[in-house]
Design a protein around this ligand. Structure first.
Ligand SMILES: CSC[C@H]1O[C@H](OP(=O)(O)O)[C@H](O)[C@@H]1O
Ligand SMILES: Nc1ncnc2[nH]cnc12
Length: 292
């Protein structure tokens, strides 16, 4: 693996973030993948000399619900397009008093309660187990924290994102259960996105932008889409500024990721070379081509 990496930054835009302004040399291009269709075409562009590739997670116009997203196609398409680092932007509900609507959380842990999604690029014919102990990249987290502070955004470094299946919001009993587990925020999309980014050896960071107090807070109404959208527009503007500010910090040529995010597959494959299924391997050309 080359020791000098010229970063290509993938931005995954969540609810309310269907485009990214200020890029130059832009083009929307559909990338075919062995896993089916990504949510939309990818927007290729540049910002302050850094290559950026944007994907609206739910497609332009927000057409795809969390359970129907083709997470594998999204991550494969970004990998195929050359992405080395992903900044994932998401709307979330808050599970803590001190994280009010408008607050940003640089997530560092997840609890994955989703159950109706394809969660791995690997399977019969080519089995792999990557580490998810530390699912986000501290190097990207450092840069995001510095930028958020420079911009004066209300930000918390670290927090656990509970991934629910949805599309319905949680019951009060569920919301209180997740609070008792110490979770910070709740959303429907960061898993299996983060798992697949790890399998694809792409450094991953998640900014969770609080839109509501879910349904547990006695002084706030239970979450509705209407309430989420009202806060979302303001959050989206702050998120665009954050992206503009962070790109110069993470866009310069760099060495390998100190946390090893970009080498996650090095010790993960367990299927003996002679037992590997050629059809399974063919699908892994982008994700695992480096080690196969
Ligand atoms: C519109 S509220 C529920 C919706 O918003 C979040 O999506 P994303 O993570 O893409 O911003 C949440 O996970 C739900 O999908
Ligand atoms: N309360 C909530 N639960 C799940 N996903 C959300 N996205 C935004 N708010 C949410």
């Amino acid at each position: 693996m080359a020791d000098s990496i010229s970063p290509v930054i993938g931005i995954i835009g969540g609810s309310g973030l269907y485009n990214i302004e200020g890029l130059t040399n832009t083009r929307w291009e559909r990338i075919a993948t062995p896993w089916g269709e990504a949510s939309d075409e990818l927007l290729f562009g540049e910002l302050s000399g850094t290559k950026v590739i944007f994907l609206p997670r739910h497609g332009r116009g927000h057409k795809i619900p969390p359970s129907a997203l083709n997470y594998r196609a999204n991550i494969d398409a970004l990998k195929r397009a050359g992405v080395t680092d992903i900044i994932s932007l998401s709307a979330v509900g808050s599970l803590k008093e001190e994280l009010p609507p408008g607050h940003f959380v640089i997530v560092d842990q997840f609890i994955d309660r989703s159950f109706a999604r394809e969660k791995s690029f690997f399977g019969p014919g080519c089995v792999a187990h990557v580490s998810m102990a530390h699912p986000t990249c501290p190097r990207l987290g450092d840069a995001l924290e510095a930028s958020a502070k420079e911009l004066g955004l209300p930000v918390t470094r670290g927090g656990t994102y509970l991934v629910m299946e949805g599309p319905q919001f949680s019951t009060l009993a569920e919301s209180n259960l997740y609070r008792s587990w110490g979770c910070s925020v709740i959303g429907m999309t960061n898993m299996p996105e983060a798992k697949l980014a790890r399998e694809a050896e792409i450094d991953y960071a998640s900014i969770a932008m609080v839109t509501d107090y879910d349904c547990w807070h006695e002084d706030h109404d239970a979450v509705t889409v209407d309430a989420v959208v009202r806060v979302l527009l303001d959050n989206a503007e702050k998120a665009r500024n954050l992206v503009k500010s962070v790109l110069p910090k993470i866009g310069a040529p760099r060495g390998l990721c100190p946390a090893g995010c970009d080498r996650a597959l090095e010790y993960a494959l367990i299927t003996a070379p002679e037992a590997r299924d050629p059809a399974a391997l063919a699908n892994l050309d982008a994700v695992a081509g480096r080690i196969l």
